[in-house]
Design a protein around this ligand. Structure first.
Ligand code: LLP
Length: 421
């Protein structure tokens, strides 16, 4: 069951409500529209898959940092994965249990690490200088920090290079040849550091679970080696990265169960607790960006649908050449011709496109047009470029009502930054 369905009447529905009607009822467009029940279903799929394992689902906040969504994920039992002090503060505000939170990153600063030490979250060690900073943060906080070694397992995730993180030349993690240095350094700081596990993250949009099995096998060998030196490590963190069906092609992609099943026996064989860090696979398919068609034009042999949304609200197509499925929310008039369009926004540069070469019926002005799978890395990467202020967010609740879950940013918000200077 998926929240967005195109019905035979030609309208797009979200949990039984016409997206067109929602679009007409809200104060401004574009806006992000989520399904709360879909978020629940996605978390339940992970929970079911993890049955019989001691585990933490660490939701990667960077994918979507809406406070209402975070509160819901926390309520469903998720922990959180953080990459900045502000994400840590937001996680605490959303009520996440700090002992189910993990602070990640290759450039964590001392102030943020001190907050992390005070809060009692897990911290991943990424480099020599990072270890030094964690030791200093532990001293400042007067607390011993539970740390994991972020290991770079050198596995090719077969994804866009910008979202590959666990191959040997990436900026993240610790390489094999330095492992002993880190183990010795941890031993030298028994009052500051408690080594509890090992972490890896391979990349994002991964659609082959064999890649996770390869990485887990490598990681288990590391854990054996670390344990052989007397460390009592109990956690294997295999990161996030599971991809989703952006193409809506009907292709069968690995599910959370497929992912967990490929590592289950390895984890059980060593009596480990499993930490996973999904972002995209929990939240991407719960949302679309709803836009209105401003007009249609043709230049030479190219047809364009111009919408009110843009690369400012949703940058993934411009930045990674990412495909996100696009469709109209209402039936096209019977005489509408189908053509091949680039779907573009009003921003003043040619990188401003949401989709290229899409077959669509020629829409009338004012028609609603959605960009699907916009729950992850869309709003959280939105900007105010061209002073297109960040859009409001809504969700369909469990009872089928629509609530605003984030105010849209306004012009006044922008000018406020200059007050009193
Ligand atoms: N854990 C770590 C250490 C990560 O770096 C990431 C994502 C995740 C977990 C969550 O990965 P996910 O399950 O969402 O794939 N902006 C890009 C994606 C960047 C991913 C960064 N790291 C995009 O829009 O595709």
């Amino acid at each position: 069951q998926h929240c967005f369905t195109k019905s035979e009447d030609g309208y797009l529905y979200c949990e039984g409500l016409r997206v067109h009607d929602i679009m007409e009822s809200v104060e401004r467009r574009p806006f992000y529209l989520y399904s709360k029940p879909q978020i629940t279903r996605n978390v339940e799929a992970y929970k079911d898959a993890l049955e019989g394992l001691n585990s933490i689902i660490g939701y990667a906040i960077k994918a979507n940092n809406n406070l209402k969504i975070l509160e819901h994920l926390r309520h469903l039992g998720c922990g959180a994965v953080l990459v900045s002090g502000n994400e840590l503060k937001l996680a605490l505000r959303a009520g996440f249990d700090p002992t189910r939170c993990i602070f990640n990153g290759n450039g964590k600063i001392l102030e943020d690490l001190t907050l992390a030490a005070q809060a009692g979250v897990f911290v991943n060690i990424d480099s020599e200088f990072d270890l030094e900073n964690i030791v200093e943060a532990a001293r400042r906080a007067g607390k011993r920090v539970n740390v994991l070694l972020r290991i770079n397992p050198d596995v090719d995730p077969q994804v866009h290079p910008y979202v590959a993180t666990g191959n040997k030349n990436s900026k993240f993690g610790i390489r094999n040849e330095k492992l002993q240095w880190f183990l010795d350094a941890v031993k030298e700081h028994p009052n500051e550091l408690k080594l509890v596990g090992a972490h890896c993250h391979l990349g994002s949009t991964i659609t082959k679970v064999d890649i996770f099995r390869d990485a887990a096998t490598i990681m288990i060998n590391y854990i054996d080696e670390i344990r052989a030196q007397g460390f009592e490590v109990d956690y294997l963190n295999i990161g996030g990265g599971l991809g989703i069906d952006y193409y809506h092609s009907g292709a069968i992609l690995p599910t959370p169960r497929d992912l967990i099943d490929t590592v289950r026996e390895l984890v059980l064989s060593r009596g480990l607790n499993l930490i996973i860090e999904p972002g995209r696979s929990l939240i991407a398919n719960t949302c679309c960006l709803v836009n209105r068609v401003t007009g249609v034009k043709t230049n030479g042999s190219k047809n364009f649908i111009v919408i009110d949304g843009s690369m400012a609200e949703l940058i993934r197509p411009s930045l990674y050449d990412a495909y996100q499925h696009i469709e109209l929310v209402s039936p096209a008039p019977s005489n509408a011709e189908t053509a091949t369009f680039d779907v573009v926004g009003p921003v003043c540069e040619s990188a401003d496109f949401l989709g290229k070469g899409r077959e669509l019926p020629t829409p009338a002005k004012g028609t609603g047009l959605v960009v699907h799978d916009a729950g992850a890395y869309c709003m959280s990467m939105a900007s105010t470029y061209n002073l297109k202020m960040r859009p409001p967010e809504y969700w369909v609740e469990d009872d089928g009502s629509v609530s605003k879950i984030r105010h849209g940013e306004t012009f006044e918000d922008h000018v406020r930054f200059f007050e009193g200077l």
